[in-house]
Design a protein around this ligand. Sequence first.
Ligand SMILES: Nc1ncnc2c1ncn2[C@@H]1O[C@H](COP(=O)(O)OP(=O)(O)OP(=O)(O)O)[C@@H](O)[C@H]1O
Length: 898
Amino acid sequence: MIEIRKVKLENFLSHERSEVTFSPGINVIIGHNGAGKSSIIDAIYFSLFREPVRKISLEELIRKGAKDASVELLVEVDNRSYLISRNIKGGIVDTLSELVPNKYSKTIARGAKEVNEHVYKLLGANEDVFSSTLFIGQGKIEEVFDNLSEIMEKILKLERMNKLRETNGPIHSLIKEIEGELKVIEEKKKRQKELEHGIEESKKKVEEEEKALHEKTKEKEEIEIRIKEKKEEINSIEDKRNKLISLTNQKSRYENETSNIREKLKERPLLEKKRDDLQNYIKDEEPLNEKLKAISETLTLLDQINQSDKLIQKLREELSKKKSDLEEKKKLEEKERRYRELDMRKNELEEKEKQYISKTAELRRDKIALEEKERKLKEFKDIDTSELEDKIKKIKEELEEKRRQIEGINSRKGEIEGEIKQLLNIKQNLQTFNKSNKCPVCGRDLSEHDRTRIDIEIEQKVKELSAKKLELNKEYQNINVLIRQLEQLLDRTEKELKEALRHKAQLDALKSDIQHLQDEISDLEKEVSELTPLHEEFKKVSDELKILVDYHNRYLKVSSVSEEEVARLEDELQKEVVERDRRQENLKKILKDKGLPTDKKELIALGEEIENKLKEIKKKKDELSNIQSKLAILESEESRLLNLENELKEIERQIKELNFREEDYALAKQELDELQREYTNLTTEIGRLSGEITILKTNIEKNNQELNEIKKELEKEEKLINAKKKLEKLRDVLNEKNLQAFLKNNAKSSIENNLVSILSKFDLSYRALELNFDKAGSKGKNKVSSIIVFNDKGEEVSVNALSGGERTSIALALRLAIARSLMKGAGILILDEPTVNLDEYRKRELIDIIRSSLEIVNQIILVTHDEELMEAGDYVLKLEKRGGISKVEVVSNNQQAL
Ligand SMILES: Nc1ncnc2c1ncn2[C@@H]1O[C@H](COP(=O)(O)OP(=O)(O)OP(=O)(O)O)[C@@H](O)[C@H]1O
């Protein structure tokens, strides 16, 4: 059973933002016309069905000036809370959520369609049922009498049933569709027969052609065997033929070769003659070669003899020279020995001689230097420096004294200057700063007189001191002059002393040098006297060597000659003479043996002549060798000819043995051609038959497939016939007389029962009622009422004859009865301005009736502008419009009282 708890409006009709809470029992919404009361129940209706109550569009529900509107409705069904949220524009989808208090909110439906479906489940009724029964618009309570038939048709959807049955309705068109399909099935049946016949024919044809194919294949196999045999036969004939060809070729090759060889052999006698001639010609080669060799030997010997003669001459000359040198050498040997002795002694004395020369030179130099130094010494004067030294000492002492005096003058001058400065300060202080007339020195008081006196005294004192300073200056200058003179004198005297000292040092050095030279000269003289005898000997040896040097040089020239060398040369000469004699003997022998001329020129000419002849012989030998090789070839050709002749005989024998005939070969080939032609024809025939069989089988398969499909299609026939029957039956059932009448009767008795039960709750004397859903009866001028009332006596009373209160009660009861029959639990009744146009008495009656309705529904929402109805409400809400916006105010809440 549904109960409304709360509705929230946002920009909905005249409401900007309103929240209205409802209670069980009677909720009265009161307010002036246009205050926005109906807007609240409109919002409830819109929340439930997303449809406007008024005849306006959804957009028109949005408050003027706002872009979108939303409504939230909180309902309770079987102790569960649901929140329906609807929106117009604004892009938010409608939702329905279940609210579990203090826990969560679960969205059950999203989107207008889904929400509508869920509302239907919660309410147990659709919009048609609700709007025809529990939702009663302004002054429409009794409308139910006039429209009962339509209401019932709407509720029972009889209208739709009729639509189903119409000739252009869905059942009719479905039947038509099935009929069409059945017609197609008839066509298919015809096609099935055709196909079955065709398949039968094709199968027969396949059988025939397969038989023919079998025969042809057998024939083909036989031909194949015969072709194979024929080919083998031809192959063997061809083998013979090829062999014959090869033998014939070979034979002709051999024959050619034979005739060639015979041709070549004709040359042979001529070649043999030439060979003999040449052999004869070259016979002289050997003796000629020997003679040439002898000539060459002779010429060599002649050259050798000539060379020997020259060598002998040379050796003889050399020997004679060596012998004279040897004699010279022997003569000079004594002189040479003396020369060597002296030369050796000279070498020994050489070092001492060098010392002697150097020492004597040194002695000479020292003596010259000594003479020079002694001369210089005589020139030097003797100087005494002590006098000068004393003079310098005295000048320095005097200078010291004068400098001390200067220092004293300077210190005295400083003292005087200090005093003057002091005095001038005192004087200045007296004149400028001392205003207290105090003595700047002792601090005593000073009179003007004192001041003047002091001033004069200071003046006096300064003058005295200045004069003293002047005197000191003069004295200072005088002493300074003396100091400068003394310094100059000191400088001069010191220079004199320095010069004297330098002179003295030179003299000392000279004396020391002289002494040194004297010592050196004495040493050198001693050394020279020791070296003098050796020097004398050296001179003597040198002189003698000068005399001997020529002998020595002559000796050197012949010194290399020895007795052995002379003997060797003599031996060599002897041997060469023997060799030359031997060669001459040899030459004589050859000339005599070979009969050669003795003259060398003649010999050479003869040699050249023999060489030319040998060259000629060489050429002839080459020619001979060429002819001999040709003859050798001809010999081998001759043996080849013999072989060839044998081979030819063998080939002829083999040809004969082959026994090949060309006409046999041609016949066999012709037979093979015929067989192959036959084979080709059979292959074509077999191919044709196979092709035809394949096509026939494919067709059979295709037709079988089509046949199967048709059979499947035909299986539908029975179903289609059944469906058609069912549809015809349905059309029949949906007939007003059948199902519609049944539904109406069912509803009628249920509603009548409920109506009687509800009316019993109302205070009415009528107990029995009868509903009339007959449409025809409600039309026309003499309108037959849709409800017939029976009084206590059982008399029929027309509704129109009843009092207003009775009619309202019955109308309300009828609505509640219909709702109860069709809804699981009718929990709510909504009435908009139910008392319009009612007088006071009727209003009271209505209030009672409404109150009585609470026995049927839990909650009643009543919209009214009639303040009298406030007292009927358990919960009163007042609506007001402020600034064009509707505002809600709770006026009373009798909840507790209830
Ligand atoms: N879209 C809208 N925006 C704002 N106001 C609207 C809109 N549509 C209608 N109205 C106004 O809202 C007001 C409230 O109408 P509603 O039907 O709720 O009033 P009521 O209180 O039921 O009045 P009555 O007793 O005359 O039926 C009216 O004045 C109406 O003209």
